[in-house]
Ligand binder design. Structure first.
Ligand code: UDP
Ligand code: MN
Length: 305
């Protein structure tokens, strides 16, 4: 903790959702690719340690703790594994995110079990105050760079930013904001990069928990009335959980978000190319520069390099 106060953390925290993995071969394969590639490319200093957090049910925890030692055999760095019970976190989360669930979840009701899809949104209220920064990662990732370099992005946050996140690489939010865009034809909401606001993807996120706790604005935006007001203004109805919330508040308050380069979350899903957006798809999908992390979203295979 002393080191962290001096702004030179010796413990690097990464968290992954890890539920129902024991019942899915496909998730087990993704887990293997993610952890093996993280181990292969990870480099840390002598006194540093990577702390791997998994949010799990009992069956997935048992499987994960069996598989991890082998997957991380090639790691040259020290690491520690922490499992968090999904039920315990859900219980803490639900009262905070219940009101926003109806705007950003599939279906109509606010299902208790869906609260966990909003973990990143309220992580700063749930995790102990000693935990100052954490990176949240999907399982369907493949690392091509040192994960330690990703943590360095925390040091480039502007003063008002609380979250580091890459843009969404499909025109999904062009679709979601269809009505708002029609009513506001000059707006950049939902437009492609580099000048537009295509929204965010939550596969790789840097959560500055300290900054999230301190930001009056961010915590106001969690209040049910504020969420309802913005959802009405933008005619927003989504089903992608945390990334919908971040995308919506990002349209209003860009200063809260530190943009990661597309190479830190190179999404591969092409679903929207075949579903009415073929003409503009490339404008969103395009990503120049080095790929540090591939994201095989919507079950898209990841190239072997
Ligand atoms: N996940 C999980 N159990 C599941 C489904 C998803 O733990 O049964 C986690 C996993 O970490 C996964 C993340 O939720 O990477 C988001 O889901 P996914 O990556 O499949 O969504 P996509 O990126 O394709 O939208
Ligand atoms: Mn994913």
């Amino acid at each position: 903790i002393g080191d962290e106060l001096e702004g030179k953390p010796s413990r690097f925290h990464a968290l992954m959702m890890f539920t129902k993995v024991d019942r899915s071969l496909s998730l087990q394969e993704k887990f293997q690719v993610a952890m093996r590639s993280m181990a292969k490319h990870g480099r840390f200093l002598e006194d540093e340690m990577l702390v791997l957090h998994y949010v799990s049910d009992a069956g997935s925890q048992e499987l994960g703790s069996k598989m991890l030692p082998e997957l991380l055999l090639d790691a040259t760095f020290k690491y520690e594994v922490v499992f968090h019970e999904v039920d315990t976190l859900t219980e803490k989360l639900f009262p905070i995110v219940e009101a926003m669930q109806k705007h950003f979840s599939a279906g109509s009701g606010a299902y208790y079990s869906d609260a966990i899809f909003f973990l990143s949104v309220a992580m700063h209220r749930i995790m102990p105050a000693e935990l100052k920064r954490i990176v949240q990662l999907d399982l369907d990732l493949k690392f091509r760079s040192n994960i330690r370099d990703l943590f360095q992005e925390f040091n480039h946050f502007p003063s008002e930013a609380v979250i580091g996140i890459a843009r969404e690489m499909q025109p999904v939010y062009r679709h979601t904001f269809w009505q708002y865009r029609k009513e506001n034809p000059k707006s950049r909401v939902g437009d492609p990069p580099p000048d537009g606001l295509p929204g965010f993807n939550s596969g790789v996120m840097l959560l500055n928990l300290d900054a999230m706790r301190r930001s009056t604005l961010y915590n106001q935006l969690l209040e049910p009335e504020r969420v309802a007001h913005l959802a009405e203004k933008y005619h927003f109805r989504g089903h992608l959980g945390d990334q919908d919330f971040f995308t919506m508040i990002g349209m209003e308050h860009r200063e809260l978000f530190h943009p990661l380069s597309c190479g830190w979350n190179r999404q591969l899903c092409t679903w929207w190319r075949e579903h009415g957006y073929g003409d503009v798809f490339q404008l969103y999908y395009h990503c120049d520069g080095p790929v540090h992390i591939y994201h095989g979203n919507c079950n898209t295979p990841i190239p072997d390099d």
